[in-house]
Design a protein around this ligand. Structure first.
Ligand SMILES: Nc1ncnc2c1ncn2[C@@H]1O[C@H](COP(=O)(O)OP(=O)(O)OP(=O)(O)O)[C@@H](O)[C@H]1O
Ligand SMILES: O=C(O)C1=C[C@@H](O)[C@@H](O)[C@H](O)C1
Ligand SMILES: [Mg+2]
Length: 176
């Protein structure tokens, strides 16, 4: 399948996990914008939030996304908040096929509970935070996406096979 694939969705939706597997099967190079920011700065995302604050992190994110979308034949897992900036949404739409991985709050919560590198969820009530983020961002994920894929019901292998079929249909103009 030709072109770039960009994955968007909330923390725990599976962007990194699914993106890496999809890239391997499609013979594309995998990137993760959070990992790229960590590679460039030498520190974890949580540390950037702590020291520089969210807005400066968002600047770094836009810069990394701007660089990566210009590459060819990549799969890019974007950070959960990448869609907040219109500039990022435009970059993603212009340079590839955008896939929104969507999952219920319960699944997102279970998948992110023990990972301390998600600074926005280090609160007394991570469920309430995820709900607020979902309400704010679901319309933005939908706006930018060519395809919406539910990641709740299946194991990762089945999910990737379904995603590949949906992508093939979309690219052949049969759906999406
Ligand atoms: N479809 C799935 N079913 C069950 N577990 C999953 C699924 N997708 C991902 N996971 C698990 O959920 C956790 C979070 O997944 P992952 O790190 O890929 O999410 P993410 O969307 O990249 O999150 P972030 O935005 O925080 O980077 C991982 O432990 C992963 O193994
Ligand atoms: O949802 C978010 O705003 C974030 C998600 C992560 O991927 C990281 O980009 C960071 O923790 C912020
Ligand atoms: Mg990730």
């Amino acid at each position: 399948m030709a072109g770039n694939f960009f994955l968007v969705g909330l923390m725990g939706a599976g962007k990194t996990t699914v993106g890496r597997a999809l890239a391997r099967r499609a013979g594309k190079t995998f990137y993760d914008s959070d990992h790229e920011i960590e590679a460039r700065t030498g520190v974890r995302v949580a540390t950037i939030f702590e020291i520089e604050g969210e807005e400066r992190f968002r600047d770094r994110e836009t810069s990394v996304i701007g660089d990566l979308v210009k590459l060819n034949d990549i799969v890019l897992a974007t950070g959960g908040g990448a869609v907040l900036r219109q500039e990022n949404r435009q970059l993603l739409r212009r340079h590839g096929t955008v896939i929104y991985l969507r999952a219920p709050i319960d699944d997102l919560l279970a998948r992110t509970l023990h990972d301390k590198n998600r600074p926005l969820l280090q609160t007394a009530d991570p469920r309430a935070k995820l709900e607020a983020l979902f309400n704010e961002r679901d319309p933005l994920y939908r706006e930018v996406a060519d395809l919406v894929i539910d990641t709740s019901q299946q194991n990762v292998n089945q999910l990737i096979i379904d995603l590949e079929h949906a992508l093939a249909d979309h690219l052949n103009g049969r759906a999406g």
